[in-house]
Design a binder for this molecule. Structure first.
Ligand code: CUA
Length: 329
């Protein structure tokens, strides 16, 4: 519902439309199991219908159970043994398919992979792009930009309870546990915004813990990365200057970072480039002035239980704050 409400983001969260080799393998295994079970199901139903139809015809003539002959006995035994052999073969086929899929997923190349750090929080995703030069480290939230066709290593962990990282179009899900590092190897070959979400119940707002994987050509990704590594834009109009003061003098500063300002707390998402993100509150709402205003004033009405407290401020302070936040591209 929410997905459809976000303009330009089709509801593209399905493992049936793989956009990378990981999800492709899983989809292949799914198709194998689906078609085997579907065909077996249909054959069983057809056999049942034929049997019932025959019995009905013969019901009037033979009220008693059909007498068995040595020959019909033999045929019944052949049919049962045959069905057993076929069943075992099919089960083995599915099992081998599963092994092959698991092996292929486990063998995705780790050496050359591009690493992105993901930290799951109740209820949002912190995303970091490590850099040898620490000041170039990019920190963002709920939006994972990745270069197309490049082997990726999502290096994940949790900051609180067990979460699960799952972008069905891209790769199978993987639990992220506190105090334990997990690598998820993946690759995206199709440009687009691929929705993912937490797949392990993690509390009240588990359902509102989604993210987007944004796959773009490498040059575009590098541009994005370079831009995200910059400090925030200094406010340049009286309104945005005042908006920044509102930010720094209210509770916002207790939890959020805006690089280039004294705000440096890591409790909530880094807001240095907030305006460059398409959604707020872990994919809950499109990032519009109206939604952001409502979120700032009373996030608890939108996402009860989340860490964002209600904030009281005058209408003009809010306007200025929103104007300032809007400049944080
Ligand atoms: Cu995090 Cu469910």
């Amino acid at each position: 519902m929410i997905i459809a409400a976000v303009p330009g983001f089709p509801g593209n969260q399905t493992s049936l439309n793989p956009v990378g080799p990981g999800a492709g393998r899983i989809e292949g295994e799914f198709a194998l199991i689906f078609w085997i079970t579907a065909i077996v199901y249909c054959l069983v139903l057809i056999a049942l219908i034929v049997y019932v139809a025959r019995r009905r015809h013969s019901m009037s003539d033979i009220p008693e159970p059909m007498p068995t002959t040595p020959q019909s006995d033999r045929w019944a035994k052949v049919a049962v043994s045959g069905a057993m052999v076929v069943t075992v073969l099919l089960l083995f086929t599915m099992m081998i398919g599963s092994f092959v899929t698991g092996h292929a997923l486990g063998n995705m190349n780790r050496q050359t992979a591009y690493t992105i750090d993901v930290y799951a929080h109740q209820w949002w995703w912190e995303v970091q792009y490590p850099n040898d030069e620490p000041y170039k480290t990019v920190v963002t939230a709920n939006e994972i930009h990745v270069p197309l066709g490049v082997q990726l290593r999502i290096h994940g962990t949790s900051r609180d309870v067990i979460h699960s990282f799952w972008a069905p179009n891209v790769q199978g899900k993987r639990d992220l546990m506190p105090g334990y590092d997990t690598d998820v190897m993946m690759q995206i070959d199709q440009p687009g915004r691929w929705r993912g979400q937490c797949a392990e119940y993690c509390g009240e707002q588990h359902a509102h813990m989604s993210f987007y994987m944004v796959a773009e050509p490498n040059h575009q990704f590098q541009q994005w990365l370079e831009q995200q590594a910059q400090s925030s834009i200094a406010p340049s109009t009286p309104q945005t200057v005042h908006g920044q003061q509102v930010f720094l003098s209210h509770a916002c500063v207790m939890c959020h970072t805006i690089r280039g300002t004294p705000a440096g707390s890591r409790v909530g998402p880094d807001l240095t480039h907030l305006a460059s993100r398409a959604t707020i509150a872990a994919g809950l709402l499109p990032n519009t002035i109206g939604n952001l205003g409502g979120w700032i004033l009373n996030a608890q009405a939108l996402k009860p239980g989340c860490s964002m407290p209600p904030n009281q401020m005058t209408g003009s302070d809010l306007q200025d704050l929103l104007a300032y936040l809007g400049t944080l591209k």
